[in-house]
Write a protein that binds this ligand. Structure first.
Ligand code: UGA
Length: 428
């Protein structure tokens, strides 16, 4: 099938590369000329396992192309995916990029096209896109569908190729037939709905996952106060199939480009239609507080932080990515610095991006350099390599053997045997 993908950011690039790998002819479009030039030179702007190989192979085999020219990019395509950013502006979803794309499509519609929203959009956006396109002289038929993505950074290719479900919000059988044919090679569980239902499934899913995390953080605090172990408690809770074990890991709160934005947007949507948003507001405020809570724990463990050297392991909002967007590490480091602590840090991939956001951080070549003469070690991202550190060497390098594990990757018993004063999140 001939496909266009408008927006060559995270979602667009993964979507384009994966559809090309499934033997479709894909053109990725972006109005950022520099990005398109780089992609045409096979320089991939984001770090995602497997993406570079997929882009290079499919580009060389001419199934994947890049252009900044929307009319040219969509002219031969039957399906056009909209994958542009939908940020929040003062808490409200900002649809300006989606609306601009709708105008571009309206201006250059030359043959039947199925226009598919893949970006996370508020319910009702399909109707807005349709109205915009209809304002232009009608040169061809079109349909609007919603096919939200559920890709996680760090495992996006795998999530695309082996999805739990594929949600297809379609207006009619013609659109359903095109999308089911396109996704047929994945042999996945299709959930076929109306457009509004599909739009809502995405916001409701991300908000629910964020809720689960905030609830886990509540339980962790109760465990800490009552001397119980949160891992044991939540594994008992999650063993109930109705609840499930996933996304019940307490820590320093959720970050990234999706959950904080989508929860804020869904709160706005609820308020807008007169629904009380207090459940999601509580999840949001727990998440904001979680960073402060970790700083308070650090203060309790060390006393006055002024002049203390704190070694930070992990900066990205989660492992296997260099993405620093809304990373909890940003707030935590800023708060620690406002208490006059000195920060040394190491992250396997995110130091370059972190350096654009954080000030006065001394970046180190590895975790051992971070630990050298530090007053405490703070683990903020659960990179796999941190699990297998030489803990004795870390302990010998630290000035005080204090570890605050914001992601619960270490076993408290083992840490105590090595001789650390260990503080997990809700651990005994
Ligand atoms: C999230 C969703 O998981 C995807 O399904 C969705 O497609 C994507 O948003 C999106 O809307 O584009 P992502 O933001 O890449 O994916 O990352 P997650 O793995 O969901 O993690 C989000 C944050 O929650 C991270 O900061 C992570 O550390 C935190 N988290 C996750 C916890 O604190 N505890 C958990 O148990 C799980």
């Amino acid at each position: 099938m001939n496909i266009s993908v408008i927006g060559s950011g995270y979602v667009g690039l993964v979507t384009g590369a994966c559809f090309a790998a499934l033997n479709n002819n894909v053109i990725c479009i972006d109005n950022n000329e520099e990005k398109i030039n780089k992609l045409n030179d096979l320089i991939i702007p984001i770090s995602e396992p497997g993406l570079e190989d997929l882009v290079k192979t499919n580009y060389k085999e001419k199934r994947l192309k890049f252009t900044k020219d929307t009319p040219e990019g969509i002219k031969d395509s039957e399906v056009v995916f909209i994958c542009v950013d939908t940020p929040t502006k003062e808490g409200k979803p900002d649809l300006s990029a989606v609306k601009n794309v709708a105008k571009d499509i309206g201006k250059s519609l030359n043959s039947y096209k199925l226009i598919v929203e893949k970006s996370t959009v508020p319910v009702g956006t399909g109707e807005i896109v349709e109205e915009i396109i209809k304002q232009f002289p009608k040169n061809a038929e079109f349909d609007i569908a919603s096919n939200p993505e559920f890709l996680r950074e760090g495992s996006a290719i795998k999530d695309f190729m082996y999805p739990d479900r594929i949600v297809l919000g379609t207006p009619n059988p013609r659109a359903t037939a095109i999308l089911t044919e396109l996704y047929r090679p994945l042999n996945a569980n299709f959930i076929i709905t109306g457009v509004k239902e599909a739009e809502l499934i995405k916001h409701a899913s991300n908000s629910f996952l964020a809720l689960k995390i905030s609830y886990a953080n509540d339980i962790a605090e109760v465990c800490e106060k009552k001397g119980a172990d949160v891992k044991t408690v939540l594994s008992g809770v999650g063993a109930d199939k109705r609840i499930g074990k996933e996304f019940l890991n307490p820590g320093i709160g959720y970050g990234g480009s999706c959950f904080p934005k989508d929860v804020a947007a869904f709160i706005h949507i609820q308020e807008d239609c007169g629904v009380d948003p207090s459940i999601l507001k509580a999840a949001q405020s727990r998440n904001n507080y979680q960073r402060q809570y970790f700083v308070e724990k650090t203060e309790k463990a060390l006393g006055n932080l002024e002049g203390k050297v704190l070694g930070v392991l992990g900066l990205s909002f989660k492992p296997n990515t260099d993405d620093m967007r809304s990373a909890p590490s940003i707030d935590i480091i800023n708060q620690l610095q406002s208490k006059k602590a000195l920060i040394k840090a190491y992250d396997p991939q995110a130091m370059e991006n972190a350096n654009k956001i954080l000030n006065n951080v001394q970046y180190c070549k590895d975790p051992y350099e971070v630990a050298e003469s530090a007053d405490a070690l703070l683990l903020l991202t659960e990179w796999k390599e941190f699990e297998s550190l030489d803990l004795q060497r870390i302990k010998d390098s630290l000035k005080n053997p204090i570890v605050l594990d914001g992601r619960n990757i270490y076993d408290p018993q083992r840490m105590s045997t090595v001789g650390f004063k260990y503080y997990g999140m809700g651990r005994k």
